[in-house]
Design a protein around this ligand. Sequence first.
Ligand SMILES: [Zn+2]
Length: 497
Amino acid sequence: MSEGKRTLMTAAWVVGHEEGRHTLLPGGEVVYQDGAILFVGHDFPGDVDERIDYGQALIAPGFIDLDALSDLDTTVLSFDNHPSWRKGRVWPKSYMEAGPYEMYSPDELVFQKRHAFARLIRNGVTTALPIASLYYREWGETVEEFEGAAEAAANLGLRVYLGPAYRTGNPVVVEENKFELFFNEPRGLKGLADAISFCERLEGRHGGLVRTMLAPDRIETCTPDLLRRTAAAGKDLGVPVRLHCCQGGFERETVRRLHGMTSIEWLKSLDFLTKKTLLPHGTFVSPSRFVPEPGRDLEIIAEAGSVIVHCPLVAARFGDGLESFSSYRERGLRIGLGTDTSPPDMLLNMQIGLMICRFVEGKAEACRAEDYFDAATLGGADALGRPDLGRLAPGCRADMVVWDLANPDIGQIIDPIQTLMISGSGRDARTVIIDGRMVMRERQIPGMDFAADAVRAQRQFEGLVEKYPDRTWAHPTAEEIFSSAYRIVRSTGAAQG
Ligand SMILES: [Zn+2]
């Protein structure tokens, strides 16, 4: 077997790895070949085919995004538009009865995934477990679009774990501020069967770049049978199972009303929790300020060895957050990170997460820059059972990001991780290498016109906004649904004399 090109990369700083901890190597070198890392250190003794010196930059392991935004920006729909039932984020009964429909065409769904995957790469994410909203879907995600997503990921070179989201239920607004759960169990079980067959067919495709997972939607939209069967299938297939839970008051009240316990107690009773269970968001747990009653939620998660998928940015925008990141770590909980919202900027998530942890704990010493850097790299790799990801060490996959430290806006440096946590942004990712393939070079992704795609994405998004009144309570106009920061003053068209 002939060997591929051997490349040596060097920069002002390299994140190495020794004895389970990252290290920092000033003027370090990384050598990789055939998708794997051969050497990390100084003064590589062997021959190489190519040398690249990135100068004032940091070469670091890519981020592992366990709840990776694979949508257009749906955050702007909700950001300053509340409550959700009045603003089209819970379907009204009238829309349900009229027959929900797909608000994006199949082509638009494929474009959206590809565009979102490119955005992840542009933010230094090298492994992604995609998530998208189901609000504008007819019901769940489809196998066809995920086959398209697998192609898009392989084409761009993004490492992914894919699985179409499915559900047996959906909340419906029946009168002002009053919801009921509408269930269609056969439909959800069909979604699970399709997802299982997707996993069987797609696992390990494209040289292992495409892996699979099971992704039932939020816990309150699942029936016990769907969750039991999902857990069993996850064990059979050996794939991660991701379920949104402990993320809000509506969920907590619904699960309590329907099942008489907390979300986590319910999952335990269904034998759902394993070491491969990924749980975004884990904020509304007992006891916490959000669930002010005694409870064992965190102990149950820790005992099962399941993983909290911490998504600080989306939580903070909704006025909540982990209470706290550092105390969860002290309890021995496994924690990985997710972007979950727009922008899919992992660095921004880490910065917000750090600040919220320090605020909640009331002290600057509550957590350090590396605690978040570990969660975004080693935490994600641990969650996926992938000791070959999330670190730069011989034998690991060559998944790396070159971060620009030469930009004068970045400020000064004692330690490059701390500087990134202070003033870095996803936009500082210069070059991204995944499985030894250069998927972004100096912010250019081969074969992609990102500016033209952004225009197309805006047009597609405007089509969605136009359809919004169909699935908003009492069907107000789009202008009434979406507030603006200030009164909009348009030209009257009359020439002034
Ligand atoms: Zn989420």
